[in-house]
Design a protein around this ligand. Structure first.
Ligand code: BTN
Length: 259
């Protein structure tokens, strides 16, 4: 078997959080943790509930892409009940929590590609999908889905080899998923509590972005922009200096680094 074995008890035992990861639903195989998390959230699941699967058979990525999710890696969703004002910062929270936990467990330095891909040596090691149910000014729930390539053997997936990496690939040895998961849950809660009590994580997120100052191509819907990623606003949007010299604010999109 690739990777250490997981269970709800192993994840929660002695976990130093107040609520994130105090309730864990573990599945050996699921279509997608996002669907189970949505169902749980609609049934009133406690804040911090985590849905985790050893393998996903229909993992979902941003922009309706598929997310490859074989055994040995991390695929989990966390249910939160944030205030409306915190919503834009959750992208920052999730990517920073991943960066911190990867470094704490493995020593590897990673960076964020706007809006929330995590890269090591320029290759994607983690994808994040955030879905919220909002009614008026009220957030019923938010689900943060995180997929980390922990022990992915890239030789088995030549189609993603040019753009993806895994922690084990970078280190040349297997990595404990349990250590990464537990550290990640602690970090999610720490940053979430900081945000909820008025703290800012914007500066750290901005400084961790590999995108800024780079020539980029951004695809948003059917529109493609080219220019230099000049800055990010506090709401997480990207400020792009286009080739014509104007500044365009992009709220969501897919970035390709051109340099
Ligand atoms: C992306 O980079 O496009 C986002 C990928 C998000 C993948 C995670 S794995 C856990 C959760 N369940 C899913 O089906 N997707 C997210």
């Amino acid at each position: 078997m690739v990777g250490d074995s997981l269970s709800a008890a192993a994840i929660t035992k002695g976990l130093e959080t107040r609520f994130v990861g105090q309730r864990v639903l573990y599945y050996p195989s699921l279509a997608s943790t996002m669907e189970v998390a949505r169902h749980e959230a609609q049934q009133g699941a406690a804040e911090g509930t985590v849905i985790i699967a050893d393998e996903q058979t229909a993992g979902r990525g941003r922009l309706k892409r598929a997310w490859l999710s074989p055994r040995g890696n991390i695929a989990l969703s966390v249910i939160l009940h944030p205030s409306l004002s915190c919503l834009p910062s959750l992208i920052m929270l999730a990517s920073l929590a991943v960066v911190h936990s990867i470094e704490a467990v493995t020593g590897l330095k990673s960076q964020v590609k706007w809006p929330n891909d995590v890269l090591i040596n320029g290759k994607k090691v983690c994808g994040i999908l955030i879905e919220s149910d909002v009614q008026g000014n009220r957030v019923n729930y938010t689900i943060i889905g995180i997929g980390i390539d922990v022990n992915l053997r890239l030789a088995d997936f030549p189609e993603i080899q040019p753009i993806a990496t895994s922690l084990s690939h970078e280190l040349g040895r297997e990595v404990s998923r349990l250590n990464v998961i537990r550290c990640l849950l602690v970090e999610v809660e720490r940053l979430y509590l900081a945000l909820s009590t008025g703290g800012s994580i914007y500066e750290e997120w901005r400084d961790s972005l590999v995108t800024l100052g780079k020539r980029v191509r951004v695809k948003t819907g059917e529109t493609i922009y080219e220019g230099t990623a000049e800055s990010v606003a506090r709401d997480g949007s990207l400020l792009l200096r286009t080739l014509h010299g104007s500044l365009t604010r992009i709220v969501a999109g897919d970035v390709t680094l051109r340099d």
